[in-house]
Design a protein around this ligand. Structure first.
Ligand SMILES: *Cc1c(COP(=O)(O)O)cnc(C)c1O
Length: 527
């Protein structure tokens, strides 16, 4: 088996021999050492720092005074540094190789944006600094708001939501406030297509609505007849993703908006896939009333690992009065934030968060927009769609596209029909990709496609890189069809960790470490 194409040596957990039967004596591999947990490395009886004895007034602490040693690992600075760098080398990263996750976008974050976000004038601001001292930051928020409104063709934007899901909550709260302002409190249902991201029904439920599913057509779009049948005077909103999670543009979107408005409901659009249409289509022209934009998916900013993100929500004329505070306005003596729900903000539903949102994300997104320009942003969408269709075309010979007719948008979706009879599942196939140096694609989502494999290359991958990726998947697909199931069942063979019980890890994460019997001292923090 070959090494990863990004040149990272990895160690099989059970020290399986490499080609030729060679296994290292230490579990190390190439230049990468086997790595224990920081608590398991030696150093219990030493300390990595030399601090003066603290003059502690124990009387203030009462019975909270520590009775036992603190239980921190005693590594020296170089030991600690090496530990973390070695760990980082066992991880996959956006800067190491293409990772084809669908519905996640950004595969590269330009360094320029990182540099801008670290400018002390932005990075060191305190959120309570007086407005007169942060005019530059307010100007940046104002310009970012202008770009978001221009790109979406919507008159208002709430910048403060801190993720896509938070933006959904913001949009539905604005929708609920709009219905209530009209005295229309009878609307209790939100319609969501079967292919929706899980956050859509979760958000609707969180706001107190019940969720009704809208069926999907054979070709992966909202079933208009089913939508029309389910709309009624008790429906508050529909939540539709466009392009949808099957990577397809909702062809009937204008009719969807018309039917929704006719029934007195609002159209929430999940804008996580805005990168596929930015600069080409303005959601405001399609009849959308509210849409979140995941800055961390469409306008750079690193994402993953739980944040930070930013999910500004653009709002239509009808919903704009209900926008949450704060927002930037031009006053007689400069820019200021509208913070209170009085005067021009009297109908606002409140706030989404303390302060104004994720400033660092705003700076990155604005730098990204300015460095691309309007023509560049349009090209982002065009190249993202072109790259996804290249992958769809190249892999359709060996894998089965979920929706073979017509082109896709920014991501290519395959089902597992082509694996039938091989004994290999989508999960096995994805794990085998790790041995070839590629992060797996999004698996088993959307749920409406059996054994789904959702691949999103984005605009930043070159043809050479796409070809390398497709070559690897083609070779794996042939191996699967040739009956080499063992290679897949045991995969990944070369990763630092093999098959993990991911469900157990997610449901019952073990967040503290307990020393094995006889190892002293016990860290006080355990449990
Ligand atoms: C990512 C995503 C979300 C949620 O966004 P977060 O920023 O992760 O909260 C919602 N819908 C779709 C389609 C997504 O891809």
């Amino acid at each position: 088996m070959t090494m990863q194409n990004v040149g990272r040596p990895t160690r099989p957990e059970d020290a399986q021999p490499l080609d030729g039967g060679f296994a290292s004596l230490t579990g190390g591999r190439g230049l990468l050492q086997d790595e224990a947990l920081i608590f398991e490395r030696d150093g219990w009886n030493k300390t990595g720092v030399d601090l003066p004895e603290a003059e502690l007034d124990a009387s203030d602490l009462g019975d909270l005074v520590r009775q036992a040693p603190i239980g921190l690992p005693g590594l020296s600075e170089p030991e600690a540094m090496r530990h973390y760098v070695r760990l980082s080398q066992k991880n996959h990263a956006i800067d190491l190789a293409l990772y084809p996750l669908g519905s996640c976008t950004m595969k590269h974050n330009p360094r320029l944006n990182e540099k801008m976000a670290r400018l002390p004038g932005f990075a060191d601001l305190h959120p309570l600094a007086p407005g007169a001292t942060v005019q530059g930051a307010l100007a940046l928020m104002d310009r970012l708001a202008h770009w978001l409104k221009t790109l979406t063709g919507m008159p208002a934007v709430a910048l403060s939501p801190k993720a896509g899901a938070h933006g959904e909550l913001c949009g539905l709260l604005a929708i609920r406030a709009a219905h209530e302002a009209r005295g229309d409190a009878a609307r209790r249902r939100v319609l969501v297509p079967t292919s929706a991201h899980g956050t859509n029904p979760a958000t609707a439920a969180f706001v107190g609505y019940s969720v009704t599913e809208i069926a999907q057509t054979e070709d992966g779009r909202v079933d208009l007849a089913d939508l029309a049948a389910k709309l009624g005077p008790d429906v508050a909103a529909i939540m539709v993703t466009n392009p949808n999670t099957c990577g397809l543009f909702e062809r009937d979107i204008i009719e969807i908006a018309r039917l929704t408005h006719e029934a007195g409901a609002y159209f929430y659009c999940d804008g996580a896939n805005f990168n596929a249409i930015v600069g080409r289509v303005r959601p405001g022209d399609l009849g959308v009333d509210a849409m979140h934009i995941n800055l961390h998916k469409t306008f750079s900013t690193p994402h993953g690992g739980g944040g930070p993100g930013a999910g500004p929500v653009v709002l239509s004329e009808a919903l704009a009065p209900f926008a949450p505070a704060p927002w930037v306005v031009h006053g007689s003596d400069g820019l200021r934030l509208v913070e209170e729900t009085v005067a021009e903000a009297a109908q606002g539903f409140g706030r989404m968060s303390a302060f104004h949102g994720q400033m660092g994300m705003f700076v990155r997104a604005y730098a990204y927009m300015r460095s691309h320009g309007s023509d560049g942003l349009r090209q982002v969408a065009e190249d993202a769609v072109l790259n996804a269709n290249y992958i769809k075309a190249r892999l359709s010979g060996v894998m089965t596209p979920a929706f073979p007719n017509g082109p896709c948008m920014h991501e290519a979706l395959f089902d597992d029909a082509w694996l039938e009879g091989t004994g290999v599942t989508t999960l096995d196939f994805a794990k085998a990709m790790i041995d070839e140096g590629f992060h797996p694609m999004t698996m088993y989502f959307p749920l409406v496609v059996h054994g789904a494999m959702l691949i999103e290359p984005t605009e930043t991958e070159s043809k050479q890189e796409l070809d390398r990726f497709c070559d690897a998947l083609e070779a794996l697909a042939r191996a699967a069809k040739a009956g080499d199931a063992d290679r897949f069942k045991g995969a990944p063979h070369l990763a630092p960790m093999r098959r993990l019980d991911e469900t157990l890890a997610a449901r019952k994460p073990r967040l503290t470490w307990k020393p094995p019997e006889g190892v002293a001292p016990a860290p006080l923090a355990a449990e």
